[in-house]
Design a protein around this ligand. Structure first.
Ligand code: GDD
Ligand code: MN
Length: 371
């Protein structure tokens, strides 16, 4: 018999932890707690909020609730952002045998949690997914979001089984033992923690989907923005080729390639439109390309360590310095290879590779240092 069956609801640890990532949800958390309390009556549960230092006082709100209700916990992360990594840290902070993840904004229907738990306890399933796309499920959202979700789902087939109807869902329940078997392989990039779990699991997960209606968000704003699409692309890339190349390096290199294009366009404009001398034009184009690269990397590659305000200015200067050294290394290595009578393009490619690796290593250690 499961020892939890005989344990009164509040005496010991929880049977079920509900992990809720929050970012600026201060007006939703109290209502969510009330709904969970109603939906899970008689069960030993707890809720672990993982807040990324919201600016609207969400963490203080949660701690206020925790003073009144011992089932509420708050993890406040500082200088970090990321839905998937927040969920992972919340799950790691739990000791319960069953772990659920759901959003704070009341879009996920908490009333299916008992059915999800029953499925996991009675069967031999690894994971139960709250699904919008099996019969009985639905989503109240505009066609533009729906078509984006469909596209993302189609792309996900490269890394998740085809019979999972809603791999984009952010609402699921998993056995802790199964989670522990996957956690070290997770990419932890971006928004799609469920997809990450399925794609990272060393063995095929047995699952069931339970339909629910994805409600409209009524309070607060969605955090979905254009970065989420980039993060999603990186997650898929990481699952496809991350074994061979770190995905941050890929992101850095793609942006670097774009920098070359920007450089050439700016050079052409400075020479032909503005009629500048070559060395001036080249200097301006270099500065512009480096600045754009810095901004894009700050926005995309290092989104989770993004620099703001004065730190950003300091970071930009550091970035110039690192890339300057990278350029010196590039020319040095390429010339040395060329002098040993290799083809000119081989020498050129070697120089570019050296500076790409150097720039990446230097900037990830000095400009976007991990906190
Ligand atoms: N800790 C933390 N850090 N929480 C975050 C972050 C973050 O960087 N970004 C968003 N959240 C929290 C929000 O506060 C909310 O509780 C939840 O994550 C979902 O964010 P929304 O902005 O409401 O996302 P959505 O409604 O567009 O999409 C959600 O539902 C979809 C359908 O299930 C997400 O869960 C998607 O992954 C999911 O596909
Ligand atoms: Mn939402």
């Amino acid at each position: 018999m499961d020892p939890h069956d005989v344990r009164p609801a509040r005496s010991g640890g929880a049977l079920l932890s509900i992990v809720v990532p929050t970012f600026n949800e201060s007006d939703n958390v109290a209502e969510l707690l009330r709904l969970l309390d109603a939906a899970l009556a008689g069960l030993a549960w707890e809720v672990i909020f993982v807040d990324d230092d919201s600016t609207d006082g969400t963490a203080d709100k949660i701690r206020g609730l925790a003073l009144l209700d011992g089932r509420v916990r708050c993890i406040q992360r500082i200088g970090r952002r990321g839905l998937a990594s927040a969920c992972i840290e919340g799950m790691l902070a739990s000791s319960a045998p069953f772990l659920a993840v759901m959003d704070a904004d009341l879009q996920h229907d908490e009333r299916i949690l008992p059915a999800m738990l029953a499925e996991l306890r009675n069967g031999d399933l690894d994971i139960v997914v709250g699904s919008r796309y099996v019969s009985g499920g639905a989503a109240d959202w505009p066609e533009s979001r729906a078509s984006m979700s469909r596209l993302a789902t189609r792309l996900s087939r490269m890394v998740v089984p085809a019979d999972l109807a809603d791999p984009m869902s952010g609402f699921f329940m998993i056995r802790r033992a199964v989670f522990m078997g996957i956690v070290r392989k997770l990419s932890a990039i971006g928004f799609k923690i469920l997809l990450d779990l399925f794609a990272s699991s060393p063995r095929r997960l047995s699952f069931r989907e339970i339909p629910y209606r994805f409600r409209e968000r009524r309070i607060g704003d969605s955090k979905l923005d254009s970065n989420v699409m980039w993060d999603y692309a990186l997650l898929l890339l990481d699952k496809l080729v991350g074994r061979y190349v770190p995905v941050r390096f890929l992101s850095f290199s793609i942006i670097g390639g774009l920098g070359v294009l920007i450089h050439l366009l700016a050079l052409a404009a400075a020479l032909q439109v503005a009629g500048l001398a070559f060395n001036w034009a080249q200097g301006i184009a270099t500065l512009l390309a480096m600045t754009v690269n810095f901004l894009l990397n700050n926005q995309l590659t290092y989104r989770d360590r993004r620099l703001k305000g004065w730190r950003m200015l300091r970071g930009l200067l550091g970035f110039y310095a690192a890339c300057g050294l990278g350029a010196v290394a590039n020319v040095g290595v390429a010339s040395a290879i060329f002098e040993r009578h290799y083809q000119w393009w081989m020498a050129g490619v070697a120089g570019v590779l050296i500076s790409a690796v150097w720039n990446y290593a230097a900037t990830s250690n000095f400009v976007w240092r991990r906190k």
